[in-house]
Design a binder for this molecule. Sequence first.
Ligand SMILES: C[S@@+](CC[C@H](N)C(=O)[O-])C[C@H]1O[C@@H](n2cnc3c(N)ncnc32)[C@H](O)[C@@H]1O
Length: 341
Amino acid sequence: MSSMAHSPSPTPPRDAPAPPAPAASVTASAGAPTASIPDRSALLRVLRDPQGGESLSLQAGGLTSADGRRHWPIVRGIPRFVPADDYAASFGFEWNLHDTTQIDSVQSTKVSEQVLRDKTGLGPDDVRGRLVLDAGCGAGRFAEVLLDWGATVVAVDLSSAVDAAARHVGSNPRALLVQADIGSLPFAPGTFDAIVSIGVLHHTPDTRTHFLKLPPLLKPGGTIAIWVYPDEGEYRRRLPWIPVTSRVRSRWFHGFCKVLVTWMRRHPRHPMSAWIQQIFPISSQSHGLENDMLDTFDGYSPRYHGVHGAEQVMGWFREAGLEDVESLPIATSVRGRRPRS
Ligand SMILES: C[S@@+](CC[C@H](N)C(=O)[O-])C[C@H]1O[C@@H](n2cnc3c(N)ncnc32)[C@H](O)[C@@H]1O
C-alpha cells in the first residue's frame, strides 16, 4: 500500500454500497475555514505525518503536513491517509453491506463484547479512561465495546469499512475514525495505552511486518493484544480457495455465499451438505443466517489469508521487545506489554 499523501477523495470500492453521510457534524474550530468534522479537535492532535512524524494542521478541508507539501482530506468526517481501499476492497463491500450484523447495540447481544474479552483478555478496568487503538476496526464492533467500557478509541481501517464504523461510533466524542494503512500509520511512537487488532493482520501482505509496526506506538507499560488466523481447521482448508474466490467480484461472490449458506442451513442432514462442508467450509457460528453469510464471505474473499501458529506469533511479540507475552485460550490470541522503561 502506498503511503503517499493525496488530495482527491478516496474512491469507493468498485461495487460497495454508498455509505450514508454521518448523522451530525460541526466545524472543528471557530473562525477558520475548516473541514466539517465532529468536534474532537483534541483527539485529532494524535494524528501525525506518516512520513516524518510531525504534527499536522487543519487546513482546507483536511490535514496538512508541517512543510505544507502533503495534504490528507477529511471526507465525511474521517481523515483519509490512503486514497482508496487498495487490496481491502472486499472488506469495504462486506462491512458496508453487513454494517449492523455484528454490532452488539443493534443486535441486542453481547457477542462482540465476549469475543473482545476472549481474544484480548481485556475488560473495562483495563481500558477505562485510556487511549486505545483498534487497528483494522471493520464495522466498528470492538470500537463500540471499548467506548462502552469507557476508553477513548482511535479506530483505523484501510478500507471504506470506516464509513460503516462511523455510523455506529462516529458521533461519540471519544471516538476518532481514520482511514489508513497499518503499514504506514499516522501516529507518533508512544501514543497509545493499549492496542487491539482482531482478525486483521493475517489479511495484510505480510502479517509479521505489519504486526511489528504496532508495538512502537504503545506507551511504556502499554498492552497490545492480537488475534490472527490459526493454522488449523477451516482457516487452513479455506487457504487453497483464496486465489480463486478472492478474484470473484464481491457482489457476485456474496450472492453465491448467500445461496450456499441458506441452502446448507435448510438441509443440514443432506449428504451434499456434509461433503460441501468438508471441501468448502462455510461458517456456522450460531449467531444467525446473516452472520454466517457475512463470515463465509469474509473467510474467502480477502486477497491475503495468512495462517499462523501461537509460537510463531509469540515469537513476533518477543522480537518486538514486549514483556509478559502470553497466549490466551483462544488459539493464536496473544498479548504482551511494552516494558515500562
Ligand atoms: C476481517 S476484518 C476484521 C474487522 C474487525 N477487527 C472485526 O473483527 O470485526 C479485517 C479488517 O482489516 C482491515 N485491514 C486489512 N488490511 C489492513 C491494513 N493494512 N491496514 C488497516 N486495516 C486493514 C480490512 O479492511 C478489514 O476491515
